[in-house]
Design a protein around this ligand. Structure first.
Ligand SMILES: Cc1ncc(COP(=O)(O)O)c(C=O)c1O
Length: 395
């Protein structure tokens, strides 16, 4: 019997390198519900790492609706949407989302990632151009690469540089101008009014990924298009059902023609099975909660202001965040992981984020407060940040 060399040995070497650099992470395991205070890796912690902005992952109305859908429709759909996997629940969800977002139509994807990647890669081809903020989400970047369009990246939020790129392009081509509504690692907002004006001036398609804005910004959480009042000026809005909505999925909101086109060309929609009934039903219930219980969003913002003020007062570098996402910048990756580990030992879970998610010298701990954190929990977390931050010389 011949001894076969491990063809994946190079991967072990890379993983070993991560260990040596202090960058290896094991996956923390959540042992209860996704809540503001919960148990990870057998430790009770204040949880500052989830995107569960409004606490909807455990909201009774969503839970009941999901259980009811399981009883009435079963647990799976057994098909992709375009063959036999479109249930009345999916259609209801899309109609509710379109009304909520004030667009003609919506299509739901399996995730925000597939919504972005599937949309960008299907509407553009190799003769087209995309002009993209340097900090746009990975799913946008992958969609751009898959499309084979020419990619031009402008420095973060730098509208003048975006304008200079657009000025240099050949006249008459098809160009997509794309930004996140809220940037996921820094918590700052895309300059939508200025970018919409640019798109209008240069005849671009304007697209916004509002994954972290839905349920957080705008009236009843309608997102940054509503927050900036640029309704009608953004051709393609992407949102996610996996963060503030508390469930799973992504969606594209726009014109009827856009949605009809995506039904026929967006590859994740065509080639991957649709959401189980419980997911679609819980998402419908979440939209109802946004409309009926706007006080939850107010609580999120009260908590956000309190926590940000506490971090700033302690002397941390919290970047330029304008949202419930607040980064605590630590510098290099190993330092960020030490901060995260130190906090965990003190009963606070705030995940360390390093390269390639953020630049090598801007590694950080990213915090997200939710509407369901109590003031005591947030104060407990602030005290832990101060102790560990001082120990590491960050403040
Ligand atoms: C800005 C942004 N867009 C898209 C996504 C993807 O959303 P989902 O988790 O629903 O796939 C994320 C989540 O990581 C995100 O932060």
């Amino acid at each position: 019997m011949s001894v076969r060399n491990d063809p994946l040995a190079f991967l072990s070497a890379e993983v070993e390198q991560l260990r040596e650099q202090g960058l290896f992470r094991h996956l923390r395991v959540l042992e209860g519900e996704q809540r503001a205070a919960t148990t990870f890796d057998h430790r009770q912690v204040v949880n500052l790492s989830s995107n569960n902005y409004l606490g909807l992952t455990t909201h009774p109305r969503l839970r009941e609706r999901a259980l009811d859908a399981v009883r009435r429709f079963g647990v799976g759909t057994g098909s992709v949407r375009t063959i036999a996997g479109t249930m009345s629940l999916h259609v209801e969800l899309e109609e509710r989302l379109a009304a909520f977002k004030q667009t003609e139509a919506v299509v739901v994807f399996q995730s925000g990632f597939t919504a972005n990647a599937g949309t960008v890669s299907s509407i553009l081809s190799k003769d087209d151009i995309v002009v993209s903020d340097e900090l746009n989400h990975a799913s946008i970047i992958d969609g751009c690469r898959l499309s084979r369009a020419a990619i031009h990246v402008f420095p973060h939020k730098d509208v003048e540089r975006a304008r200079a790129i657009l000025r240099g392009l050949p006249v008459g081509g098809r160009t997509l101008l794309i930004t996140d509504g809220v940037f996921s690692m820094d918590g700052d907002l895309g300059p939508l009014p200025e970018l919409c004006a640019l798109a209008e001036e240069f005849g671009c398609i304007m697209m916004v990924d509002d994954a972290h804005a839905s349920g957080v910004f705008g009236r009843n959480g309608r997102g940054t298009i509503d927050h900036h009042d640029v309704h009608g000026r953004v051709d393609i809005q992407v949102g996610t059902l996996s963060k503030a909505i508390g469930v799973l999925g992504g969606y594209v909101a726009g014109s009827r023609a856009l949605i009809d086109f995506l039904h026929h060309r967006a590859r994740p929609f065509l080639f991957s099975t649709s959401h189980p009934p419980a997911v679609a039903a819980a998402c419908v219930a979440a939209i109802e909660v946004l409309l009926d219980e706007p006080e939850i969003i107010e609580r999120l913002w009260d908590n956000t202001r309190f926590f940000k003020a506490g971090l700033k007062a302690a002397g941390f570098d919290t970047g330029a965040s304008e949202s419930p996402i607040t980064p605590v910048i630590a510098g290099d990756g190993a330092r960020a992981m030490q901060l995260s580990d130190g906090l965990f030992a003190e009963g606070v879970f705030a995940q360390g984020i390093g390269f390639p998610t953020v630049a090598r010298d801007r590694a950080r701990v990213r915090t997200i407060v939710t509407a369901t954190h109590t003031r005591d929990e947030l104060q407990f977390a602030l005290d832990a940040f101060s102790r560990v931050g001082r120990r590491l010389g960050l403040i």
